[in-house]
Ligand binder design. Structure first.
Ligand code: M6R
Length: 578
């Protein structure tokens, strides 16, 4: 789960590489590095920590024709300068950046060491430059030989990878992939081209990209690109235009998370305006044509799917939501099953694998995704966009809201009558009405070790989602559950003053509240008539307004606790490993 970038151009400087890399830091942020290839030498600057502290650009040449950069989320080897990418061969002439995992790296390293190669990191990646060096040893380092070498290396490594390679003296970059994402960006001025893990790193420079498929290899030069298939035959593929909303909202806050929470009314309006009726209609038709629908996703997208399943059930369709990493254990897909992958990033490996498994067993696949041109929409037979725009904070907020709104629109197409036109204004009202109260409440909650959140029906997924946010951002252990389930065990954990947030949607919840209050719990209700107040509305509106309160509570509690809100420890925005 790293971000990788390659740039070829006539005037590539460290600032440009750092700037592009900073746009990918949500993919990992424990260490970072850059290699600049001036033709005569490959200069590397890398270190532990966030990009600005890891890379001292003063130490790099201020101009080159080729640059590689990498922001890391460690899987093999702790975050350190040695383990930061780029990695090189023994001579420091072949530099490599990699996203993914090479599973057989131990075995390859042992063989290479026997041949005299010296390693300086604990990473799986380092075998790649040494394998290239080994194969090129004694051969001309021309394009033909480099491509043949990459083909050979691909046969030797096992795992998931997107790799970009730079060789001293060559004004071009080579890329290849399996399972991890890699795309090419084509600059319209004809003087610069890019490799990247995703379009965001170059979407301020161009709106034209090409996604590489597994098994393909590609090279880019300042003026062009070439793609090759597995047998090194040239493939003719034209760039595609992409549309990606990066508008700055007028709600620039101290953290991206708060800006994105406050952008939700705008994000929903954008969805209502832009989400293609035709594409949504096709998905609705697919749901009608299948006996059952399975929604598969991870984390916040799973919680949106739980609520989605509830809404589709309301509309009379047999639907279930399953965590993507468990799809194979719990679902027996087949022709009668429609599997819909739900994902913000479009790259979550657990979802990619679940969809692959579904397709291999003849299930029709579709997806609901935020980031365009990513693996999930490309690999499913049909896909719907949610138009939330770029979400930078690791915490998913506005994308959850737009995923649920998409399900609400589908359920309306299936015959439900849930008006969502007023949703933007209701979310806005919720923020304005509650923000100050939440700031005060977060001062009280900041020392808590455990918080319980109870819901039922449509607020059960919201209880789970609020609990996830409280774990992820202020690092407080939280459990989101069905109110009715409390008495079957968890009640034993309720002590004097244990905070329980009750998503009170009906009188039944009042009874549950009474029961836990009698055990000493401190009840914090959210309803249409309590201090934390949501507007009246239908169940979707109420659920999403309740969730907004949960998002703000997580944010302000994290602020009270001085947590790194946009980049929580150990996490990354796109989880591209299993
Ligand atoms: O990109 P995806 O929606 O597929 O990501 C799934 C989860 O990793 C993600 O929702 C994660 O749980 C969020 N960081 C939660 O805020």
């Amino acid at each position: 789960m790293c971000g990788i970038i390659g740039i070829t151009g006539n005037k590539v400087n460290p600032e440009k590489a750092i700037n592009m890399l900073s746009r990918l830091d949500y993919r990992g942020y424990d260490s970072a590095g850059i290699a600049l290839n001036t033709g005569e030498r490959v200069e590397i600057e890398k270190g532990k920590g966030k990009i600005q502290q890891a890379i001292n650009k003063e130490k790099l040449p201020n101009r080159s024709e080729v640059a590689l950069s990498h922001t890391r989320w460690s899987t093999h080897g702790e975050p350190s300068q040695e383990n930061a990418h780029p990695h090189t061969d023994c001579e420091g002439e072949i530099a490599v950046v990699h996203n993914g995992i090479i599973h057989n790296h131990d075995e390859l390293k042992e063989k290479l060491e026997k041949k005299g190669h010296e390693f300086c990191s604990d990473t799986d990646t380092e075998v790649i430059p040494h394998l290239i060096e080994e194969r090129l040893n004694g051969r001309e380092k021309n394009r033909k030989e480099v491509l043949k070498t990459i083909k050979k290396v691909k046969e030797q490594i096992k795992g998931e990878y997107a790799v970009v390679v730079s060789l001293k003296g060559r004004k071009e970059l080579y890329g290849f992939k399996k399972d991890s994402p890699l795309c090419i960006g084509i600059n319209p001025d004809g003087e610069e081209n890019y490799f990247s893990s995703d379009i965001y790193s170059f979407s301020h420079l161009t709106n034209q990209s090409i996604a590489l498929e597994d098994g393909e290899k590609a090279l880019i030069t300042p003026k062009g690109y070439q793609i090759y298939n597995g047998s090194l035959q040239k493939i003719n593929r034209q760039p595609e235009k992409f549309e990606w909303n990066q508008e700055k909202t007028n709600k620039e806050e101290e953290h991206h998370m708060l800006s994105e929470i406050k952008e939700q009314p705008e994000a929903v309006k954008r969805l209502l305006k832009k989400q293609n009726e035709e594409g949504l209609g096709r998905l609705t038709q697919l749901i009608k044509n299948h006996e059952r629908t399975v929604l598969t996703a991870s984390g916040t997208s799973y919680h949106a799917s739980l609520l989605g399943a509830h809404l589709l059930q309301d509309a009379g369709r047999e639907t279930q939501a399953i965590i993507a990493s468990e799809y194979q254990n719990y679902i027996k897909p087949g022709e009668k099953t429609l599997t819909i992958g739900v994902s913000q990033s479009g790259e979550t490996m657990d979802v990619v694998k679940a969809l692959k498994h579904a397709e291999q067993r003849n299930s029709t696949t579709s997806s609901i995704v935020n980031v365009p041109k990513t693996t999930i929409p490309r690999k499913t037979q049909h896909s719907v966009k949610i138009h939330a725009g770029q979400e930078i904070a690791v915490a998913s907020t506005k994308t959850f809201t737009n995923q649920v709104t998409t399900f609400a629109r589908i359920s309306n197409q299936l015959g439900e009558q849930k008006n969502i036109k007023k949703l933007p204004i209701k979310i806005e009202k919720t923020i304005n009405k509650n923000e100050e109260t939440i700031k005060d409440l977060s001062k009280q909650l900041k020392e808590e070790k455990h918080i319980y959140i109870i819901g039922e029906g449509p607020t059960y997924p919201i209880a789970r989602e609020i609990a996830l946010k409280l774990k992820e951002i202020p690092y407080i252990h939280a459990e989101g559950m069905m109110g009715g389930e409390l008495k079957h065990g968890t009640l034993a954990l309720i002590e004097n003053n244990t905070p329980v947030i009750s998503l009170r949607t009906n009188d039944k919840m009042l009874k549950t509240e009474e029961e836990i209050r009698s055990k000493g719990a401190k009840i914090i209700p959210i309803s249409t008539e309590t201090e934390l107040e949501i507007p009246e509305g239908n169940k979707i509106e109420k659920a999403l307004c309740t969730n907004t309160i949960g998002q703000l509570l997580s944010y302000y509690t994290a602020k009270e606790r001085n947590c790194p809100i946009d980049r929580p420890r150990n996490l990354a925005k796109a989880v591209t490993v299993q």
